[in-house]
Design a binder for this molecule. Structure first.
Ligand SMILES: NC(=O)C1=CN([C@@H]2O[C@H](COP(=O)(O)OP(=O)(O)OC[C@H]3O[C@@H](n4cnc5c(N)ncnc54)[C@H](OP(=O)(O)O)[C@@H]3O)[C@@H](O)[C@H]2O)C=CC1
Ligand SMILES: O=C(CO)COP(=O)(O)O
Length: 375
């Protein structure tokens, strides 16, 4: 019995007083590295671990503190670790943040599992979908993958926190004001993670809507590709197509609402930071928007994605479109979705995966979506 009170008390001490914590970030890419800034500003001990793909990034950071993707120095006092130093990087961590892209999330999390301990909190910034590990044809949200991978002895003992909202990584490094949401089934864990990262510039809201936040995080990337197309039309007609972009923005929000509702998420995420907020930044300044711009300018979808991948640019919206398209039959089978309510998504699938002409397809979808009943 005394042990029971001890565990409760020590968790309270740990999460309630918010003293200096040990934080390990897995993934030294754009976002993982950016989160070192608020953490170091708050005086925490920060370990930044690079994947097998991040060796050059870690080399340079160790040399002079410069992050080669951000092209500026990170805060002083960060401990840097190479791929083969994972155990050391995770030793004594209170919070582990997965700064990995959606397609690498499961493989990196699997590597981290042997070093997870009861009481640690795991955060993730990844935005996308994955296939269910138990059923390779089934599309699921990223929180479900992490839960599935957790070994039996840690189930219910490691809370997960998911990050959504407009947050260009480099602006976090520059300490520009921004606002994100942390969602978790364990609100105390979300508050704990917030307590370690929040600054006067890095604002964090707390939410219990994990599903809504995840659907928005994945789908804003998908729809930003579509909004980017309107930017690319300039290449064809020499004119700004801002009316088109604004209209597509509203169709994107409506369709994120349709999918979120079908999945059981909350509309408040759609109209909050994870949905509208993140859609706005991504269609203004995101890497997904660049793919759309290239397609809108006339390059076929399959060629445009190849070009960006060859340039090593992360574009998660491309896969998100395919995953969402494959998710539809699952939701129709459950009777919670009618695919006719997602005309913009269908258009994106046709442009990006079937190489349909972007301009003609977008003009048609504008005709269809104007005055459309999404209910
Ligand atoms: N960048 C941003 O502004 C924001 C990004 N996010 C989300 O955070 C996640 C990470 O994004 P970001 O940091 O920009 O991405 P990066 O491309 O910079 O990479 C993130 C990390 O994932 C690694 N990685 C990529 N592919 C694989 C793979 N197949 N297997 C193992 N590791 C892999 C990267 O290695 P390497 O560096 O060598 O590619 C890097 O360590 C994404 O899901 C993104 O949507 C969220 C908010 C904002
Ligand atoms: O998620 C992001 C901003 O919140 C980054 O979007 P991109 O991956 O399109 O750059």
């Amino acid at each position: 019995m005394l042990w029971f009170f001890y565990i409760i008390y020590s968790n309270y001490i740990k999460r309630g007083t918010y003293n200096m914590a040990n934080v390990t970030i897995l993934g030294a890419g754009a976002m993982g590295s950016a989160l070192t800034t608020p953490l170091r500003k708050n005086g925490h001990n920060v370990n930044l671990w690079g994947t097998h793909l991040d060796t050059k990034i870690i080399d340079q950071l160790k040399k002079d503190g410069t992050h080669i993707k951000h092209k500026c120095k990170l805060e002083d006092g960060i401990n840097y670790f190479y791929n083969e130093e994972l155990e050391e990087a995770m030793k004594d961590a209170d919070l582990v943040i997965m700064g990995i892209t959606s397609d690498g999330l499961a493989s990196v999390f699997k590597k981290a599992i042997p070093y997870l301990k009861e009481g640690m909190v795991v955060g993730s910034v990844a935005k996308g979908f994955e296939y269910d590990l138990k059923d390779k044809d089934k599309v699921i949200i990223l929180p479900d993958i992490l839960e599935e991978l957790l070994p039996e002895n840690l189930v219910g003992k490691i809370p997960f926190v998911f990050v959504g909202g407009p947050c260009k990584a480099v602006e976090v490094v520059w300490e520009c004001p921004n606002s994100v949401d942390y969602a978790s089934k364990d609100i105390e864990a979300a508050k704990y993670m917030r307590s370690l990262l929040v600054t006067d510039k890095y604002n964090v809201g707390i939410s219990s809507d994990v599903i809504g936040l995840e659907i928005c995080a994945a789908m804003k990337n998908a729809y930003s590709i579509g909004l980017g197309m309107a930017e690319g039309f300039k290449e064809l007609d020499g004119k700004l197509n801002n009316n088109c972009k604004a209209a597509l923005f509203t169709f994107a929000v409506a369709e994120m609402g349709v999918l979120t509702k079908a999945m059981g998420g909350s509309y408040s995420s759609v109209i909050g930071q994870p949905g509208v907020g993140d859609l706005e930044i991504t269609c203004e300044a995101g890497r997904n928007r660049i793919l759309g711009e290239v397609c809108g300018g006339g390059m076929p979808g399959t060629k445009a994605i190849k070009k960006m991948r060859d340039e090593d640019i992360t574009v998660e919206g491309y896969n998100a479109i395919k995953f969402a398209w494959e998710l539809i039959p699952q939701l129709e089978e459950k009777g919670v979705l009618d695919r006719s309510k997602l005309p913009f998504l269908q258009a994106l699938y046709e442009i990006l995966f079937e190489d349909k002409n972007a301009y003609d397809t977008i003009v048609k979808v504008m005709n269809k979506c104007t005055g459309f009943d999404y209910e």
